[in-house]
Design a protein around this ligand. Structure first.
Ligand code: PGA
Length: 257
């Protein structure tokens, strides 16, 4: 089945509100015509309201980079899904930087996914192995376990709102990317197959799975040419309007109808 490609720019801790708005005024006209690709930007919490206001009439969707699973409460520094909901469509959870620096666990990723779906929003669930796991040949088992844990308790009918991003940690921000073929193989055997084990073939076939890790205009075509890769979660290259627009154009051309 045809899956609409989704390109999400994860700005991480970059772009203050004024910079983000200036950037979008440059970027939005460059990518607004590519309606066969879902286009998403993920600014930091502080910048979300300014970005949502700037994009109110735009086809570009907004994502948060994280959320807490509780509705409210004594969680200093955290932001709930309810607070985010008016401003966003997507929330990235389980990013390897959150797993590495903020003690994000599989159990919390699952709580967050449930809270996001219950609020009618869409999680982008990031999974991926470390270099050591990759070299030890543990990638498929590890990624399968991450996917299984993240999806526990999520109902069949909620799965159409789930996006999964396979991002090998050794490829994030390093300039090293997995080969398109290798990424496709892991996505097929560890991500799509795990979804299929739990939810059956038609949901496995429908769910969108991104690749992430040093995606840039020069390697985008290689990833988009793969049957199981439905877009990209992009850090560094999403901070540059020309690069981001090139990624959208390539996705539209390679995957488009
Ligand atoms: P990168 O980041 O494109 O800079 O490697 C990807 C990510 O962390 O989502």
């Amino acid at each position: 089945m045809a899956r609409k490609p989704i390109i999400a720019g994860n700005w991480k801790m970059n772009k203050a509100p004024d910079e983000a708005v200036a950037f979008l005024r440059e970027l939005a006209p460059m990518i607004s015509a590519y309606s066969n690709v879902e286009r998403v930007v993920a600014p930091s919490f502080l910048v979300l309201t300014a970005v949502a206001a700037e994009l109110a009439e735009s086809p570009i969707a907004v994502a948060a980079q994280d959320a807490h699973w509780a509705e409210n409460g004594a969680y200093t520094s955290q932001v709930s899904v309810n607070m985010l909901s008016p401003f966003i469509d997507y929330i990235i959870i389980g990013h390897s930087e959150c797993r590495a620096y903020l003690n994000e666990t599989d159990a919390n990723v699952n709580r967050k996914a449930q809270a996001i779906l219950a609020a009618g929003r869409k999680p982008i669930i990031a999974v991926g192995e470390s270099l050591a796991q990759n070299e030890a040949g543990e990638t498929v088992d590890f990624v399968r376990a991450q996917v299984s844990a993240a999806l526990e308790g999520i109902r069949h009918e909620q799965m159409t709102d789930v996006v999964i991003a396979y991002e090998p940690i050794w490829a994030i921000g390093t300039g090293k990317s997995a080969s398109g073929e290798l990424a496709d193989e892991i996505i097929r055997t560890a991500v799509r197959a795990t979804v299929g084990d739990f939810y059956g073939g038609s949901i496995a076939d429908a769910i969108r799975i991104q690749y992430g890790g040093s995606v840039k205009p020069s390697n985008m075509e290689e990833f988009m040419a793969q049957a199981n890769i439905d877009g990209a979660l992009v850090g560094g290259a999403s901070l540059d309007a020309d690069d981001f627009a090139a990624l959208v154009e390539i996705a539209a051309r390679v995957k488009g109808p």
